[in-house]
Write a protein that binds this ligand. Structure first.
Ligand code: PLP
Length: 384
């Protein structure tokens, strides 16, 4: 692997050229897959390739992904993990018993559920707050002085927009760290570190990979020397939550088209959101690209090139009507997850009935298909 520094290039160029990585042995323009779990030493017992000893700590394919991601994020360093939840856990495991964590309410349910359980087991005080309400977030920071604050913007599935810069200021004022789950946006649309977050987190399973064929997670940091980042690195290397070489290779392949996919998904989602806003069977559309969305103005400052693939809407008639509509869809696959090239529909209330999700809410992950075809499919399913 060779890598040239490319600091001035735009994200589309960095991604398409995998940050300039060419296989040194073959000259191949596609980075090679390195499945070796162990690496040889020479007669003097020095590693033949500096830094390569054992796969758990030294993963050539993982490092390639990390280099590209760090450049896309404008980050000092990046780390990949075997799932998004492994990345979430890696951050929280750095908190000592007795610490306080401030977490945005109504974010991805899997994150909330795991954090609640972990904090109980670890004797960590957990405070949940509606972080899209900047004043409420700032008050919670001043009152509870969290060591770690966790936000998710746009949030899944409510599409709330959180002011990253304001949150960073509030948590830094009490000596804490801000981590932002940017899964929905990806660095192609929003870079949390540029707004003052200390760490950006992604479920790379989603838009970063974009092809629904890799389970992975990622963290990027503003300061690679910070105590939290160092602790995460040691924990990953020693506890072993590392991404396998094939998954890393596939992920890098997916990331090469990230800016293109993010742009197309966003423009498709925008068209669908506008169509659904005028539909008589739809009572509400949650999409930050709509001018009447409460977070629209903020999203315009924090996101560039589009508002992402995720949108939710509420069907008139509750759960029965929403489920009937999903049953009639032909192009949208009835499946969980988001950020893949194929469009998905999900009735979240079926998955998490006790979390306050409206019974008529359908969440769409809009893919890169033809927008007209997707609108026609929604039209026939909703009955217009
Ligand atoms: N964060 C968000 C916003 C998600 O949507 C998800 C998964 O849906 C995760 C984290 C967890 O990621 P993974 O499923 O890759 O573990």
């Amino acid at each position: 692997m060779t890598s040239k520094p490319t600091p001035k290039l735009q994200p589309a160029t960095i991604a398409a050229q995998a940050a300039g990585q060419i296989d040194p042995q073959t000259g191949g323009v596609v980075p090679s897959l390195h499945p070796a779990t162990t690496f040889v030493r020479d007669e003097d017992y020095a590693p033949v390739v500096e830094g390569n000893v054992y796969l758990r700590s030294h993963a050539p394919n993982g490092r390639m992904v990390e280099q590209v991601l760090a450049q896309l994020e404008g980050a000092a360093d990046a780390m990949v993990f075997p799932s998004g939840m492994a990345a979430v856990a890696a951050v929280f495991r750095t908190l000592p018993a007795g610490a306080t964590a401030l977490v945005q309410s109504q974010i991805y349910w899997g994150t909330t559920a795991w954090i609640r359980d972990f904090c109980t087991r670890r004797d960590i005080t957990l405070v949940e707050v509606e972080a899209a309400d900047t004043d409420a977030f700032a008050t919670a920071c001043a009152t509870h002085k969290p060591a770690l604050a966790w936000i998710e913007t746009p949030s899944n599935p409510w599409l709330r927009i959180v002011d990253i810069a304001a949150c960073a200021q509030a948590v830094h004022a009490v000596g804490g760290v801000l981590v932002a789950d940017m899964t929905t946006a990806t660095p192609a649309l929003s870079r949390a570190l540029a707004f003052g977050a200390d760490i950006a987190m992604h479920s790379a399973t989603k838009g970063l990979n974009g092809h629904s064929d890799v389970l992975a997670g990622a963290l990027s940091c503003a300061d690679a020397e910070s105590a939290m980042w160092q602790a995460i690195r040691i924990d990953r290397d020693t506890a072993g939550a590392v991404l396998g070489p094939f998954e890393a290779w596939l992920l890098l392949r997916g990331m090469r088209t990230l800016p293109l996919r993010a742009e197309r998904m966003s423009s498709n989602a925008q068209k669908l959101a506008e169509y659904l806003s005028d539909h008589p069977q739809v009572t509400e559309v949650l999409y930050p690209g709509l001018p009447d969305h409460t977070g629209h103005a903020l999203a315009c400052t924090q996101m560039q090139g589009g508002f992402g693939p995720l949108l939710s809407f509420v069907v008139k008639g509750g759960a029965q009507a929403a489920l009937a509509a999903t049953g009639k869809l032909n192009l949208f696959h009835r499946a969980t997850s988001l950020g893949g090239v194929e469009s998905l529909v999900e009735h979240r209330h079926t998955i998490e009935p006790h979390t306050g999700i409206p019974e008529g809410l359908l969440r769409l992950s809009v893919g890169i298909e033809d927008a007209g075809d997707l609108i026609d499919d929604l039209a026939q399913a909703l009955g217009q």
